[in-house]
Ligand binder design. Structure first.
Ligand SMILES: Cc1ncc(COP(=O)(O)O)c(C=O)c1O
Length: 395
């Protein structure tokens, strides 16, 4: 179907809650995606960091196909091997906790919020502190946790018990803790908020504050987790451990899955009947997740992230020298933000037209998040296209 035919169907049958580019995507392979007209695009955004291994990585395809032919769904009143083995991977690569599986980042964070509350249900503590420019999802509780008023518009009354604090401001955080606070929740590197890293002093300070006050530290690694920053999980750059961590996006390498992992003594508060998800931990999604971990290991991708992250930073810094429109290049590994001093929407539109997928968040920050197996020639090609677009923008 061409774009006009597709638009007609969408206009009639699909709720218009997204701004869509006039492109009908039909297939993908590695860093490449094609539309129905046969045009190829270089994908250095990975669909909000989901396509961690590029599109349709053969090992993920094989795992999903194999599992689809054996057992696709099993209710959570039985055991299945893929769920147990994926939980083992997450636990062993992080802090030895236990997992609850769901289907998205918002659900993982919703589970974390509920766990923080039920764990504290005997103490009367229920408030959670979150940070300016955070993004935690679109369910009513997670959108309330998201400290950005633009996402709250029209949805009042919001969920009670969230307090917002400036990011990277330990003093403000200390004064925000009160006798009803039960947890602090943050992204170690804010994604949607514009690729803002927590400073080492801040995140270590948050951990210390949690320890002193008996608060739970919830880290949202839905976007920055799964090797993207050059460690399996972004918190591992900071020499601290969370009590609860959430994952989604890249965990299934393109297949929908979410997970919350928590220290065992906290996780045990989620007794049977307290929380659940029909599709959570289904064999199909978990088989994909296992294939993602296996591929990261087999292809030594964490090492590639470090190498390619360094290379991309160097090349983007060269680009920055030529274009005053670029304010700052920042990030870790392959989670890179290019902050402009103008709105980036038009630039992104032009990049897409020129065959390059990137994204602009927070009005001015271009997000550069290629797959973990990206190579130098892809980075070069992407930056060449961006350079051409910028040269026309500045002219
Ligand atoms: C850090 C973070 N948390 C949570 C979410 C919500 O994830 P989902 O859209 O899968 O519900 C996102 C989505 O962008 C995110 O970036």
């Amino acid at each position: 179907m061409n774009i006009e035919e597709m638009k007609e169907i969408y206009d009639r049958y699909v709720i218009p809650n997204y701004i869509r580019n006039p492109i009908v995507l039909s297939r993908g392979s590695g860093v490449d995606v094609w539309d129905t007209e046969g045009k190829r695009y270089l994908d250095l955004f990975s669909g909000w960091a989901v396509s961690l291994l590029g599109h349709c990585h053969p090992h993920v395809v094989e795992a999903v196909q194999r599992q689809a032919a054996i057992l696709q769904h099993a209710p959570n009143i039985y055991y299945t091997e893929p769920q147990g083995l994926l939980a083992k991977y997450i636990s062993e690569k992080s802090f030895g906790g236990q997992c609850f599986f769901c289907n998205s980042g918002a659900e993982a964070n919703e589970a974390a919020i509920k766990l923080a509350r039920i764990y504290n249900s005997n103490t009367g503590k229920y408030k959670i502190l979150t940070f300016s420019n955070s993004f935690h999802g679109r369910t009513l509780a997670t959108v309330t946790a998201t400290a950005q008023p633009k996402y709250h518009k029209g949805f009042a009354p919001l969920v009670e018990g969230f307090t917002y604090v400036p990011f990277n401001d330990l003093e403000a955080l200390e004064t925000s803790v009160d006798d009803k606070t039960c947890a602090i929740m943050l992204e170690p590197i804010q994604g949607e908020g514009g690729i803002n890293s927590a400073t080492g002093d801040f995140l270590r300070g948050v951990r210390a504050l949690c320890n002193e006050n008996g608060l739970l530290l919830i880290l949202d690694e839905v976007q920055c987790g799964m090797g993207r920053t050059g460690k399996y999980f972004a918190y591992q750059h900071y020499d601290i451990e969370p009590d609860i961590m959430t994952l989604a996006k890249a965990l299934g390498g393109g297949v929908a899955i979410g997970a919350m992992t928590a220290k065992k003594e906290i996780a045990k508060s989620l007794v049977p009947g307290s929380h659940a998800s029909t599709f959570g931990g289904n064999p199909l999604a978990c088989a994909a997740g296992i294939a993602v971990f296996e591929t990261i290991e087999k292809e030594n991708l964490i090492h590639n992230v470090k190498e390619m992250g360094k290379y991309a930073m160097e090349q983007l810094t060269i680009l920055q020298k030529d274009y005053e429109i670029i304010n700052e290049i920042r990030g870790k590994g392959l989670m890179i933000g290019i902050e402009l001093n103008v709105n980036g929407a038009e630039i992104i539109k032009n990049c897409i037209q020129a065959g390059l997928f990137l994204n602009c968040t927070h009005d001015k920050v271009i997000r550069f998040m290629p797959p973990l197996n990206v190579r130098k020639e892809h980075i070069d090609e992407g930056i060449d296209i961006l350079r051409t677009v910028l040269s026309k923008t500045s002219a």
